[in-house]
Write a protein that binds this ligand. Sequence first.
Ligand SMILES: [Mg+2]
Length: 367
Amino acid sequence: MTQPPQPVILQNLSIPRPSSGNLAALAEKDRPIAVFSDFDGTIFFQDTGHVLFDKFGCGPEQRERLDKSIGKTMSFRAASEELWGSLNVTLPEAIAELKKKLTIDPDFYTFFEYLQTHDIPFTVISAGMKPLLRAALDEFLGKEKSAKIKIVSNDGEISEDGTVWKPIWRHDSELGHDKARSVQEFRDSVEGVQPKVVFLGDGVSDLAAASQADILFARRGLALEEYCIENMIPYIPYNRFKEIIVDVKKLVKGNKYHDPEAKEAARRAKIAQLTGLSPLTAATGDKPPSKGFSLGAASSDEEDEDEDSDVEAAAKPPAPQSPPHSPPLKPVLDERPGLDRKHSTGTVPVPAGKPAGKLAPFEEDDA
Ligand SMILES: [Mg+2]
């Protein structure tokens, strides 16, 4: 049997490209970050489709022939339809084979958790078939962890007897799933400050998204890296998620949306601007008793909303004191609908919905 081709490790990269050393210079600290990652060959070292085509479909020789024809005599979508259409295996049997053959990057979930704790939205963006991708994540991470990860991909119709595998393409284009379009759809959904898009990928299906990314990670020696070199697209090479974690931490450091210390410093500076106090004095100034200045405490949308309230409250002159012999004041509860009493100070209504300028995770279309 013919062995799959070994990746060519490219040498003598001739274009200027960012390296880990100067990554900090790339990071704009006043823009939020959003991360998109390819699935096959990136989160998992293998390709879910290839595993199945080789065992239950057209076989490795025909798969390689079709792969090589992409962009020459066939579109990605046409070649993929032929590959998926060659399968004759039930979904449970296919998942059992993936369980045996796939290897997940051991640091992927650590990376995902780091993003979560720093309020950075993460989306899997794949040219694969969603039932397989979800099953692989369920199998390797457990359903609870898997459920936290959003997948934007193609879908598929698979007959119960396994004789029909029909991709349901996300986009009506030659790519089937145009990842560049999906990234743009995400950008369009963002209100306020546009995020810095970080994209992680390796292969042919990632080429379109390369030009959409603000910061691009390309796995060493594969088609995306080759494309970046040929087209002078700056990128950061990687082999494993543990390398990406190091670089993303550099992007986060000092970013006022994601680095707890930078968030706190920005809040102090805002108070100082409003009060005329030095940032240090502002940091220890009057605050509503229910709020704290703890570093790193605020990270969610609601907490950010509170943060603005904190700044405004700290900047206001102190409220007049009650006469010494007045009866103690009771708080007056405002029963109007739409008030979030947990987060309001007194009777200031909290508007419903997400505050403008915040990043919402890219919604997975589970339909
Ligand atoms: Mg890939």
